[in-house]
Design a protein around this ligand. Structure first.
Ligand code: MSP
Length: 621
């Protein structure tokens, strides 16, 4: 290949909690970026966050926070998630950054100057939850909430002017929208007359956005703002050389849910601005859970961190790449994860690397043995040819986005090495002919090195470890020619890169069955406390105010026991209090804990300790 490769992910809504769906797009982009780097391409990989709009404004308001402070805090969840998932992006763009806002303003000014944006009165149905105008048909579908009839002036982009040009472009560039069925979907959409796009929101409704440079009563529609990230991040109108270096993008990766915005709004915006179109917009399918789309509102999201905590990052990356045929939907299940992990990673790959490393450690002083080349070593030749074939095939698979096939090929080579060892039987060869056994191990390790290089973009950490285990840790990740492994190299440390997995817990925690765990109970800090004084709370006939000594000092407890106890009877009693409860105000009085009491409606008895010898502060368990 060896060219430039600019790849992007959608920018994620900053309010969202990153889930497996977001992680998938980003891992996919990462794997492609890494493949292209190993194939010698100059890569620029961009991801980021979409930070304007009503939902962010509302979420910030609810927390009493300034929207910028709110996004500054929330963006960290994505930043940290991508770190955990080993994402190797070159840039992370936030739409609240000045470098982005300045480009959006320039783009708007440019289109406004050329009269491609105009002010008009519009009356239509507006879905507050979706933040956009919807059609009558959409309204009838019942899928939209908080729909209001709105009549207002707004700014419009003459999107309709570009309908034919866009259709022509799609027809002339079959690679522009992929896979093919998505391309047909967009062409189908374009059979209806294209309307103009409302690109403003009045500030009376929404303030958190980029102000229109030519009308301070409005902010920019969040999609017009967000799509521009793909060019603002690489210096459009700001750094010509950098922009020319990367644009047009090789790939915009997106989920199928945001097809229209990317394949209709975005290209027409670029056409109007006189900017070339991206080479390919690739829409992948959805990860489903129990046959339903994973989404926060449905409550069936898989949290990547839950998986990572159980199995580590690389197996999660592997499963996502291996089990989704790009462009189609895939179902995430704990069973399929465990099966895939055990079959491919624990059995085939992990065991093989372990066996090869152990054998070399035991019989060859832990150093890569020498290969011998003799005409009768047919198995060796066969293995070499297969490895070369696989290595040659993978770039084409990556180019055509058959990522799961590429991964499959890497694993097929691993299985071939397994088969090769079964045929050669080095554990027998070692007795009669150690040199031959050494040569067999060399061939196995070298073929394994090539397989590992092919799997490296998918599992960078553990493949790194495994390369070390076969003596290839210091070799470049780009060397795909046979013979790279050097005899005499000491093997690195490491064992069982993929221990077998019994089960995996995914999804939301199990439904509440009314039971708590020991750990949950342990969190409640129960202490003995001695009542020092008690009095009624004015104006509250059920409440008593107690001053108690809980061992760590004096604290005040407000308890609903006034109808059962005379305050004068309480001082001197040893009671049990919950000592680590957040203080709360009850009828204007602060309560720094609770006391335990037995109650059955009519009677109430405070739990007291008969033996007053127990010192205040003693833990109760
Ligand atoms: N902010 C917009 C994108 C603007 S791009 C200029 C947005 N953000 S999002 O956070 O809601 O989702 C972004 C992407 O997450 C989706 O397009 C899709 O790629 C991915 N996924 C979200 N849920 C998903 C699944 N269940 N499965 C796979 N990917 C999905 O839309």
């Amino acid at each position: 290949m060896s060219g430039k490769f600019y790849i992007t992910t959608p920018i994620y809504y900053v309010n969202d909690q990153p889930h497996l769906g977001h992680a998938y797009t980003t891992i996919l982009a990462d794997v492609l970026a890494r493949y292209h780097r190993t194939l010698g391409d100059e890569v620029h990989f961009l991801t980021g966050t979409d930070e304007h709009g009503l939902k962010v404004q509302q979420a910030a308001q609810q927390r009493g926070a300034d929207p910028q402070a709110h996004t500054d805090e929330y963006v960290q969840r994505f930043v940290e998630m991508w770190q955990r998932l080993d994402i190797s992006h070159d840039d992370f763009i936030r739409t609240t950054e000045e470098r982005h806002k300045v480009v959006v303003r320039r783009l708007l000014t440019n289109l406004h100057d050329k009269e491609k944006i105009y002010l008009d009165e519009y009356e239509g149905l507006y879905s507050v939850s979706e933040e956009r105008f919807i059609t009558e048909r959409e309204m009838e579908s019942g899928e939209f909430r908080q729909v209001e009839k709105i009549k207002e002036s707004n700014w419009f982009f003459r999107m309709s002017n570009y309908q034919q040009q866009l259709i022509d472009h799609i027809n002339e560039h079959p690679e522009f929208i992929q896979p093919k069925h998505r391309r047909n979907e967009v062409l189908g959409f374009l059979r209806q007359p294209l309307s103009d796009l409302c690109i403003s929101r009045p500030k009376s409704r929404l303030e958190w956005g980029i102000e229109l440079p030519f009308d301070s009563d409005y902010v920019t529609y969040v999609w017009f703002d967000a799509l521009t990230n793909y060019i603002s991040a690489i210096g459009y109108t700001a750094d010509e050389a950098e922009f020319a270096r990367w644009w047009p993008a090789e790939y915009h990766l997106i989920g199928k849910d945001i097809l229209t915005t990317h394949c209709v709004y975005w290209p027409t915006m670029l056409m109007a601005a006189g900017v070339a179109l991206p080479k390919t917009i690739f829409a992948h399918g959805w990860w489903m859970m129990d046959e339903g789309k994973m989404s926060k509102s449905v409550g069936n999201v898989v949290r990547p961190l839950d998986l990572i905590d159980q199995v580590g990052v690389d197996p999660v990356r592997y499963y996502l790449m291996r089990d989704m045929v790009l462009g189609q939907d895939a179902n995430f299940t704990a069973d399929s994860f465990v099966r895939r992990y055990n079959a491919d990673l624990a059995n085939d790959l992990g065991n093989l690397v372990n066996r090869v490393a152990k054998f070399i450690r035991r019989h060859f002083e832990g150093q890569v043995p020498k290969p011998v080349v003799a005409p009768d070593l047919a198995h060796d030749e066969e293995l070499k040819a297969l490895a070369a074939e696989t290595v040659a095939e993978v770039p084409g698979l990556i180019e055509s986005m058959k990522l799961h096939e590429a991964v499959k090929q890497g694993m097929a080579l691993v299985r071939w090495v397994n088969g090769y060892l079964e045929k050669c039987q080095p554990w027998h060869q070692i007795k009669d002919d150690p040199t031959l056994a050494g040569s067999t191990l060399y061939h196995a390790a070298e073929a394994l090195r090539l397989a590992l290089l092919l799997l490296h973009p998918v599992m960078p950490q553990r493949v790194g470890l495994m390369l070390g285990m076969i003596g290839a840790g210091a070799l470049p990740l780009t060397d795909f020619t046979w013979g790279g492994l050097k005899p005499g190299t000491p093997l690195g440390e490491g064992e069982s890169p993929f221990p077998r997995l019994d089960k995996l817990a995914v999804g939301e925690p199990p439904a509440d069955d009314g039971l708590i765990t020991f750990d949950d109970f342990e969190q409640v800090d129960l202490r003995v406390a001695r009542v020092l004084a008690a009095e009624r709370v004015e104006g509250a006939d059920k409440l008593l105010k107690l001053q108690v000594d809980s061992g760590d000092g004096k604290r005040q407890i407000i308890a609903g026991i006034a109808q059962h106890y005379d305050p004068a009877d309480l001082p001197g009693k040893s009671i049990v209090v919950v000592a680590n409860l957040k203080p709360a105000k009850i009828r204007g009085e602060e309560s720094q804990g609770m006391l335990l009491a037995a109650e059955d409606g009519n009677t109430l008895v405070v739990a007291t300790l008969e033996d007053a010898d127990v010192a205040p502060g003693t833990k109760v368990g």
